[in-house]
Design a protein around this ligand. Sequence first.
Ligand code: GTP
Ligand code: MG
Length: 608
Amino acid sequence: MVQLYSCTSKSFNKSFRLDLFYFIVTIEMRRLKIDQDEYDDYYDEAYDDYYDEEDYYDADTSYSKPKPSKPKKKPSKAVQEPSVVSKEDAFQLSLKVLKVADVVGDMDKAAIKEILLKYDGNIELATNNILESMDISAMKMDVVVNKPPTFLTTGPPIRKSPAPPPGIKDFVLTENIDETYWDHLKPSINLVVVGHVDAGKSTLMGHLLYNLNYVSQKTMHKYEKESREMGKASFAYAWIMDEEEEERERGVTVDVGIKYFETEHRRICLLDAPGHRDFIPNMITGATQGDVAILVVPGNEGEFESSFQENGQTKEHAVLVRYCGIRKLVIAVNKMDSCDWSQQRFVYVKDILSSFLTQHGYVSEDLLFIPLSGMSGENLCTKSQLTDWYQGPTLVDAIDSLPPTNRPVNKPLRMVVADVYKSMVLGPITVSGKLESGYLKEKQQVLLAPLGIKCRVKGIQRHVGNEVSCVTIARAGETVDVGLTGVEDNMVNTSTIICDVKYSIPVIQHFTAEIVTLDGLQVPLLNGTKVTLHIQSVQVPATISRLLSVDDGGKTKKQPRFVRKNQTATVEVQTEFPICIEKFQDFRPLSRILLRQNGITVAAGRRI
Ligand SMILES: Nc1nc2c(ncn2[C@@H]2O[C@H](COP(=O)(O)OP(=O)(O)OP(=O)(O)O)[C@@H](O)[C@H]2O)c(=O)[nH]1
Ligand SMILES: [Mg+2]
């Protein structure tokens, strides 16, 4: 002890310095109540401070000695204390340093240690000496020797996080809504049509609408004539869905086409998605609005194979649709006219697809395969004699017996804006979209997230088949057009979610997500990997800021260095702009995300 106290700081050996350093860090960590996550940062900063403050000179030479290389960090499980038994002297001195520091306040500990050593470790003398020098340098400093330790009176400020605003889980429906208002209407279903480019989606649905008399003969003749003149005669039915000039000229669907029709028992909002890989973001927008999907696959030889290969969209669309929350799939095995209505071919396609789909989250009871031809019209509305080996329903019968959709009316209003346009009836700012939850009433005040702007509902229109009518109220599950007042047109777009004023959707930029990586992931995900995040119709640059855990063959590995394809992981995501997203446990439809890189979907997930 005597020897220790009589030596100078320059002669402290290195291990003593380190022990003292760890000890001070440990005590400081406790004092500041710093949690484990901040430990490493604190450690680095403290280490640098410690050695910068020490006059670290070699006793024999006058030049500055380089800082010793940073010691290996102690295991980060918990902040560890230095060995107290073997370094008793160091421990005693550091304790005294802290006791003095508690009295004198925020003073450099190395300086305290020097003074303590000067006074042979006498706390009282060292403290008085420091206080005296403080009195001289800062005349009015009100320091009393026996004041309580500073950490009892002036600890770190207690950060009070503001109470979170009320969210979807806090909502209680108090209004009494007369549900008989909808009694005269058939259950509504959003039906999204997906599949490989040129699989025949638009032709199939156009022909179905024509057969159901939603398109007049006159219009059909016009389309036949004009498409022939353009050299695209085979696309006449597709023109019913593809209304844009660019789409007709190119013979490719670009944006999701929307049509409304009714079957005997169902009211359908049809969403015809593009198949071309360049327009997958648009297809995702359509898929997020769908309740059920029709997956169109070309059944003929060669086309099915190429649609199902690595770069084909059959697999990607089927998987994306599932991760958008759709369970029920009608698989239209199309172009059967091009393979002689071969039962063998149908069974071949069905077997390959069944096995793929059931491996990717579908249940075989939710899959219905129909052999048909969108071009010639077999098995669309009437049973074809050409497929007498097929005993199942026609396409229209299959649609008619789809289960009614979930209507979460007892949750606050959430309407996802899919389109913004000018309407003669509803005004210059009219939006269309699906009510994911709650009710929307005429004249109701609503909140537009993420901007947080309040405005009012001017009017609501509902589509039933070709008819459009003004209504006073709409409920969850319906796709409606809504006129808004008290808002500028640049404040509403397809990233807008119309919310209940009191119970808005969370608008955040950082969240934890559970993801599953897909076949498309070429390079493993690392901390800091950049992706494009898709949620509803929104795309935003994002970073996987931290990999929290990964499921590695049934074992959970914490803080992995990477996540490979086809693994389940929990990650933190940072988006470049605020997005509207619910937690999965609060409201599934608005919690789902897709992550893409270079035009390829690499992961699907949900906020947890
Ligand atoms: N033989 C035959 N050809 C068909 C059938 N259905 C569609 N086609 C042809 O396939 C081509 C593509 O048809 P579309 O309806 O535009 O295909 P799509 O899937 O909507 O294409 P994208 O929306 O661009 O992905 C056209 O030339 C159609 O005539 C069918 O049942 N039999
Ligand atoms: Mg199309």
